[in-house]
Design a protein around this ligand. Sequence first.
Ligand code: SF4
Length: 733
Amino acid sequence: MFSFTGRGAETRLSWGGVPFAETDCVACGACVQICPSGAITDRDRERAAPIPEAREVQTTCGYCGVGCQLTVRVGADDRVRWIDGAPGAVNRAHVCVKGRYAHAFSRHPERLTTPLIRRGGVLEPASWEEAIRYVAEGFLRMPGQVAALSSSRCTNEENYLLQKWMRAGLSTNNVDCCARVCHAPTAAGMRRVFGTGAATNPLEDIERADCLLVVGSNSTDAHLVTGARIRQQALRGASLIVIDPRRTDLAAIADVHLQLRPGTNVPLLNSLAHAVVRLGLVSSAFVAARTEGYADYASFLNDFSPETTEPITGVPARLVWSAAQLYAGAARPMQTHGLGVTEHMQGSEAVMLLCNLALLAGAVGREGAGVNPLRGQNNVQGAADMGCQPDLLTGYADPRDPAVRARFKAVWGRPPPMKQGMTIPEMYAAARAGSLRGLFILGEDVVQTDPASHVDGALEALELVVVQELFLTETAKRAHVVLPGAGFLEKDGTFTNGERRVQRVRKAMEPLAGAEGAPGAREDWRVLCALMEATGLPQHFQHPSEIMEEIARVNPAFAGVSYDRLGQDGLQWPVPAADHPGTPRLHTGSFPIGRAQFAEIPFMPSPSLAGPGRHPGYPLTLITGRVLEHYNCGSMTRRSESALLAPVDALEIHPADAAQLGLTGGSPVTVGSPWGAAHATAEITDRVAPGTVFLTFHWPKTGTNNLISPVLDRLAGCPEYKVTPVRVQPEPV
Ligand code: SF4
């Protein structure tokens, strides 16, 4: 119930007598946007009142992979006045607290507006010309020994340019993106079973599904607008199954919550498939017409009855049988999954098992069904589509294929290199070994987001680390050259969301100019063009739309994409021709590999899993993840009002474990693992099961990723963020 706390000018709206920030309100601001009388307002509107509006721009949110459309109102002072949700196909005017309110970063006083070059151990101001020359000369001195990490916060056009620079300019396939630390296992797993490593269905199919299976995704935090859609469909009567070690908000309203032990996705998913087969719920016609390997797969599943896997997963067998009945018994079962599936030693393989389930249920290639990974960062799908991965070019083309090589040579003037490039973990290892000398990092704070056990020692070993960023992040602090880039509100381009929808990013304001003669930030595509020219690969693009024209020439799935056609709702690739409407659903008639292939995946327990004699002294299992208010490394949300709502990284710990350790809510704690230590604030909650703790990684001082092991996904090289043996100790207050 709404009420008020405080007195006079300190009066605040509250819900149930506690401060608003401590309530269940997700602060999406929808009430403010639709209030017909203006009685409900927010601080953005109050602050903007005296400033005349200069323009209104529709663009795409730069935070998560949902890809919400925003209406950005910009004042005469070239600052955001306020942001509303725009009525796009993805969000229908709904947005979350980040999309609406986390924009102060764009004009934050800590924004970089001057290039920096390290001299005598200190980062000193430089002109753009000097910095570009310094980087170009440095990389040209290291033929074959440079690499680049692209940015999911940058546009498709910028990601395309970065990999083109590496391949055509510096003759190396050493380019990778942050999918390596999130959904590369999704792409690998789905490609193996279906032939394409991307979401099969549009998000609007959530409203057509009569059963939703949400696996390893705290969707109402990490992808709020999609999470709200799932919740609404469940409230409308669709059955909801959640597989998650935590009792997330969706798990709390689910028909069945399979609260498995961290690290046991593979036996649990195998047991679900076993139950589907034994219950006679296999879609025989679909399996016969569209798949291969069913007979062997069904016999492989014999060993995975829910009763057999219960002691491993901790999930009661009866719940697995119920979930199987709900999922495969539904007319339109749809899956979504998140990093709780992928960030494991068997992440790619767990994704294959999700695909297997969809095949068994005949839930691919039709409305209200499918397998939809919820992509984390806003343009991680686009970064991979553009070719920011070491083994595949733009459009997932094989650089060893003669026809592909000819196509790229015709556009680039040079063929792509043949030699396979390095993944991010391989880059770190090569840096430490001395075989990689230079690294260009576009808009990623790897020191904070990647495991310290991977990064430590690698950046220090490199001769030239260049970081193009908005702020002096933890990674930028270690760089030799820092180039001030532009945020998503300051540039034109496109992002591709998690359902393959290519959407326009429209410039709402100019890149931040420097004060007192500083050269100012620049759009990242312009910086990349300057670097390409300085290293002997001149570009002639005057606008990102021209870069998209080139992308359409090298990538057949984008052949029909142009800025003129993207309009308000964009297009879902593949768009093979200028008159093609885009492809909301994949695999409707066939798979790119002909028939889908069932994958038989035995369980290989991670060395990080708890067990007799393993990791003595580390009795708890840590899961890491995000909260609603923050985005990944937090460099943008920490410099916005999100910081008021979530000012620390909180360690969720069960009341029983907390009591044993003598912890109270808000206690400072040290979390230790065999690989490092972190410092957080205890939050006592039964969202986590006894023996499991959960910690976010948004604040650098926490050091969450110091704890993570060197274990990688067996196929895609993704770190195992979701299973770490730890101990928790109270810190002296
Ligand atoms: Fe939408 Fe994601 Fe942006 Fe929130 S962060 S507004 S859910 S795109």
